[in-house]
Structure formats: structure tokens, C-alpha cells
Design a protein around this ligand. Sequence first.
Ligand SMILES: [Zn+2]
Length: 544
Amino acid sequence: MNPASRSARLLVIGLDGATYDLLVPWAESGRMPNLARLMATSARAVVNSTRPYITPVAWTTFQTGCDPHEHGILDYRYLDHRHRRVLLNHAGRIGRPTLFDAVSAAGGEVVSLNLPMTFPAPSSVRGIVVGGLDSPSIDAALAPYPEFARELRATGARFDLGTVWRNKPRTFEELSQGIDETASIFRGQATAAAVADRMTDWQLMFVQLQVLDSLQHRCWQWLDPRQGSTAELWMSKAQQALRALDDCLGELMELAARRNAAVVAVSDHGFGPFRGKITLAEILSRAGLLCWPRGGPAASYYLRHGVWRLRKFLYRRFNPGWSTAQLTRPLGTLLPIDWRRSTALALHGNLGGLIYLNTRERFASGPLKTAGQRERALADVIQAFETAAHPQTGEPLFVEVFGTAERYGIDPVEKLWPDVVAIPAAGFHTRHKFDARPQLLRTDPGMAATHRLEGVLLLHAPRVAAGAYRPAELRDVAPTLLQMLGLRVPAHMSGQALADLLSGGARRTSPEPRAEPRELQLAGITDADQRSVEARLRDLGYLD
Ligand SMILES: [Zn+2]
């Protein structure tokens, strides 16, 4: 690109879950002048997120400029079938270098505040990288930066992992408290950015506004000024959070202006009304792929499950501080199913069906022994999801269903990936839990809205032409940012810089030689850490 339109610095605002469906009316309402100014002066793209479009997957694609099958992250969790454990993904499991690595390698310093999938902070990155909602605690995320933590605490600002919206507010008091806390988190993020700005000579600063996602999950109907809601008092209270968001944007834009930095706002996925939760086990069971145990059904499962928990407890008792992640879990304790007859199962995944075939390679037992049996089971699973329909409306419940080996040319067993991915129709979650009374679709009164595929990207930089929405992919963002910084785009980034949005004819800088994939660090977090992160994600409605 034209050297004159390069920026020495870039401030990126992570608007988790932001959608034009709300940003546009918010900007037009006149109550968010900073957002209105940012939108009016930015080049805009509608950004297709990852499949599944879920926070840790999408933000990993943002960081690495490549798709999930390239960086390896497909959900909050993954199945380590060698130990039959469902474990939490973390930054050490990202298989490609990140945007932050690229800036650091070129000699620049970075600041990243609360971006998901940055904990534990990679030691290769220069600057301050404080993890987000998937960190065990804010203290753990701040631990590598005691001086920053001290300065930040001295301001008295709220800076935490933002577990505010545990449910949809049922009373005005609940709404008020949640909105006030949300506003204080927005203010805290702007303060934290100002503190980090004083302490570093950053080239790339990332500030994550995570609480926007949970605010929308729980309060969607009071956030859209176009809706003629009768709950005027509730709406005007909710607007206070938006004003705090606007103040935060204003402060960040001012900070960027002082440093001569370009401003980019980006979301990991869009948002829209919630419709229901699809029970994956019910689809598999109706297709005869998942079988319940005959005879005394779940009793033996719960007995074996109890024994397993006791064994883990004793292990921890006699090996304090050790992770039990390397213990192999007895197969019978993993799910209350008939393992000899079930050919397919789901063990995790809340915004996508992630289905594992019960093969010898994966579970060391199971009915699928030959390649032919495996192929047939794969086809049956795909068909079961492609034909799964809404019991009332008859519409398809899944919009995209594919085998991972065929689509990506990978070995899903070696990669610790599911064999089939099924992306639900807009507005639906998936659930892998089992129920006494199976139901294909369930409601969740605590969930007002949820993710959509289409997110936002606003580029505000000198000589970037404002206006016009252009389609883009989330993997394109990292190469675009590197190009704005005048840095080389690493070859592993399969995204393309959005050259037409950047002025000056934007020439693509010659790619670097292909970097070696990052070595995966499997033992990244302890059992206790995993439990506290899962509890937080469950509180926020992100995990069943
Ligand atoms: Zn998100």
C-alpha cells in the first residue's frame, strides 16, 4: 500500500458480538455520538465469522488470519481421546503464530487486554497480553505484569473478567444492577488502555469489550431503539450501558488520536434473536446411531462415574498441584450410553454439533472396525443432521453439515477433532447433555439472543475511504491489520488483506517463507483452572 497511508500504530477495539443490526440504529439514535462518528468515517465490511461462530474459535481466527482447520481451535473444549477427557482449549493449543507474534517479531510492542484465547500469555510476545474470559482468574491473567496490575489498581477502575449477566433480568433491580456493572466495566477497559498506553510504546493495542456479548445475550429486547417496546423504563436503563460504551469508544478514539494511531473496530460474530437449543443426542438416537444401555439403564453409568470422580479426588489429594489431565478415564464413565452399539456421539459443543464416530482408533473399542463401517456411519450421521427438522415449522435445523476429513483433508483422530461438524440454523444453540425425558428442541428463558454469522469491521485510518459495506471473511482481518502497519503478512495467514478498503492501490507485500506451525502445549492449565473457567462460562450461558 501507499507508504503515506500506513500507520505506525493501530488501536483495535474488540466489540464482542457486535452486529450492524444494532450498531446502525444506535449510531442513528443520536445517543452514541462517538460510535456515529466512528461509523461515518470508517470503511466498513460485513465479516463472515468462523463455522461454528463461537467466541474462542472466531477470536483465534482473528489472531492468526487463518481458519479453524489451520489453527486447530473448534470450540471452547476439545476431546483428548487418548485420555478420554474433555479439556479446555487455551492459547498454548493455537497451532499457528498470531498477529501479536508478527508485530513482536518485527520489533514492535503490543498491548492486548482481555482478548479470548490469549491465556497463558505467549512468552514470545513483547508487551502486555492480559487474557480474557477463558483465563482462570483476573489475577492469573495479570500475574506476568505486576507493575501494570499495580498501576491499574491504583486507579480504582473495575477490571475483571466481567461475569455480570448470569441470567436474563427478571426485575428492574436486577436490570439496574447489571447495567451499572456493565457501564463500570466499559469505563474500566478505557482506563486500563490509558494505563497500558503510559507504560508501553505499543504499536498494536487491542482492547476487548467482552461484556457487550453477554449484555446482548440477556438484554437484547431492551437494546434496540427501533423496537416500540412498552417497557420504556427498562429501555432507558439499558441505554445507560450504551452511553457508557460510547464514552469508552470516545476515550479510546482520543487515545488513538493522541498517538496518531488508526482505529479498527471488529466483532467476532454478529447477533440476533435466540430460538432454542437442539439436543444432539436426540438426533443421533432417532437415527439409531446412539443407543441407550439396555436393562438397568443409567444406574451403572452413575456408579462408574462416581468411582471415577473418587479416583480423581484421591489422585489430587496425594499429588497436590498436579493435573489429572493425563489420567485415562474409563470409557463407561464418559457418557451414559451403550458403547458397544452406539456408532456416533457428541461430548461438547454449544453452538455447533461436533460429532465423534465410535471407532477403534478413537475409543479403542466400539462397533466401527472397518473402513467400510466407518464410511457408512459417517454418511448416516451427515444424513441425520441434514434431515433434522423443526418439529413445528419443518424448517431444517442445520444449515451446513460436513465431514472434517473430506472437507479439510485432515485426519480428525490425529488432530483431536470431531468427524462431523453440523452448524445450526440462525438462532439455535446445540446441546450435548442427556435428559431423562428427551426433547429435540428446548427453550431457555434466560437467553434473549445469540450469535449470528455476520460480524462487523470498521477501519478508521488516514486516507481509508469511508462508507460502503463490503463482504469479507474474519481470516482477512489479521492480514489487513498487518498491511495497515506496513508489516509483512506471514505465509500461514490464508486470509487476504482487504486491499480495496485501504487507499493507495494497496500492494500486497511479498509473503514471508512459510513459518513452522507452533508447537502445541497440551498441559497449559491445571484442573482447578479448568473448573473455574468452566464455571464462569456456564454462568454466562456459554456452556451447558
Ligand atoms: Zn463472542
